[in-house]
Design a protein around this ligand. Sequence first.
Ligand code: HEC
Ligand code: HEC
Ligand code: HEC
Length: 414
Amino acid sequence: MSHCSVSRSCFALALLAGTSLFSTSHAAPASSLERGEYLARAADCEACHTAPGGAPFAGGRAFNVPGIGVIYSPNITPDPEHGIGRWTDDEFVKSVQGGVSPGWKHLYPAMPYPAYSRMSVDEVKDMRAWLATVPKSANGVPANQVKFPFSIRTLMVGWNLLNGPASSYPDDPQKSPEWNRGRYLVEGPGHCADCHSPRTMTFGLSKSQAFAGNVVNGQRAYNITSDKHSGLGTWTDQALSDYLATGHAEGHGTASGDMAEVISYSLRHLKPDDIHAMIVYLRDVKPQSSSDGAAPVRQPTSGDSSLPQQTNGAKLFASACSGCHLPDGSGRQSAFAGIAGARSLSADNGRNLLHAIMNGSTLMTDKGNQPMPAFSGGNYSQKDLNDIAAFVMTHFTEATPSEHAFSEFAKKPD
Ligand code: HEC
Ligand code: HEC
Ligand code: HEC
């Protein structure tokens, strides 16, 4: 029993032997495959290395880096031709932690290797071991379209000197084990700062404004420091743990877009203790005030007849949105469609709100996928969508919508 290395075969063996896994699992050390899978989820590899509708880890997802171009994630399945099947473990470690693939191919930091350098070499090898068990895919990935001079990959040598890989660090003995575990998860595999920290002039992560928020892929990744107005200072631990573990917290809405993916592929697979550890650490990062705080919430009355009918935005909300989001924003079919209190309804003058309306969003949950349709390119003009956004903002919050901001947010990235 103690030698089976794959969790599933352990399970099968346990069934065959007629023993209970649960009575023996305490003593059994976690196998490196199990550890590898858990860490690969904590590091969210699948979300970035899977194209929409594509085979898991087969790459081809496009990353639009403003001013630089379009970078496609590579195929990291064990396929020997198109994937990384022929790589040695050491080559894998050098790529994932040092940003240098075989043949001295310097990676762009769209791949969060500086964060992954916080992990131990053994942990990265465990991830490799698990990745070697996922189905092979012969998916070929389009060539990057990167503008000169950024097309010269060796430029990344300079970038790495300024901003590049740190290394794993010892636990801080002044802090609790939870805090240290939380720091490791947030700064290492979780790479939360990649989206939530502002960037410096050289496109490195700002340390002085760590976690004060940034705009990534057209969405605001909010300030997640403990600041009371613009950060997470007023969230309870329960709300924060509900949001991170499931994507929804009562009174805070539902994670959408990139954050819905982080939860779908990564955070919802973490153990409650690990979610708790991340909260302990986030509570302790320096509070930072930022200008994207949310406007005060309004409590609209419930019932379809309570929706005003005089404006285009209100009429369209009644026909296009309230079938899923009730007039009071509480979610008709499931709590996951509960948007009341969400920061996206007002913060940053409606950026994430308009993003959700235009592009839709899907959150995976243990109760199935929770999809929100994309309204761009359908029967609604951009003006209609802006009107809906303006209505939502004034109906659910005290924000003042800005037509100018909407037209900026609605622009497609170059
Ligand atoms: C935020 C998105 C993102 C995440 C998360 C991410 N990657 Fe990547 N990864 C990329 C992109 C984009 C590239 C290509 C960079 C380039 O072309 O320079 C890449 C490159 C790679 C490469 C180099 C492949 C090659 O052919 O050179 C490997 C290996 C890799 N990633 C493995 C992983 C693993 C393992 C994880 C999880 C621990 C992971 N990635 C998480 C976006 C991501
Ligand atoms: C790929 C980018 C990305 C990564 C990585 C990421 N986030 Fe987010 N996060 C976002 C975006 C975008 C939002 C806003 C979502 C919305 O409007 O629904 C968000 C929202 C949040 C919120 C809600 C804030 C609020 O005020 O409503 C919390 C909490 C959060 N993220 C924590 C984390 C943690 C912890 C990590 C690391 C484990 C993380 N995020 C990693 C992009 C990201
Ligand atoms: C078919 C049901 C459905 C329809 C129709 C729909 N939504 Fe959603 N919406 C959802 C679900 C489910 C979520 C949560 C999924 C997610 O965020 O990934 C969501 C998420 C959102 C979010 C982000 C969540 C948050 O709390 O910040 C906003 C904003 C939103 N919807 C607004 C609208 C607006 C405005 C309309 C009409 C134009 C609309 N929705 C139409 C089901 C729907």
